[in-house]
Design a protein around this ligand. Structure first.
Ligand SMILES: [Cu+2]
Length: 58
């Protein structure tokens, strides 16, 4: 199943990844502390469970 990860609080979007077991990398400076949602931005994928939380602690 493809995924395209969005992390809106940090204005991040990954490259779309199609292959099973594939990885993607995003690089950014976490400029604020807290818990931030990331999720697949492809249609209905978030509702299917492709989401998580990133916790930033400085
Ligand atoms: Cu997806």
């Amino acid at each position: 199943m493809p995924f395209l990860i969005g992390l809106p609080d940090f204005f991040i979007t990954s490259h779309e990844t199609m292959d099973k077991g594939a990885k993607t990398v995003v690089t950014f400076v976490p400029f604020k502390n807290g818990g931030f949602s990331y999720h697949c931005i492809l249609e209905n994928h978030r509702e299917m469970g492709m989401e998580g939380e990133l916790i930033v602690i400085h």
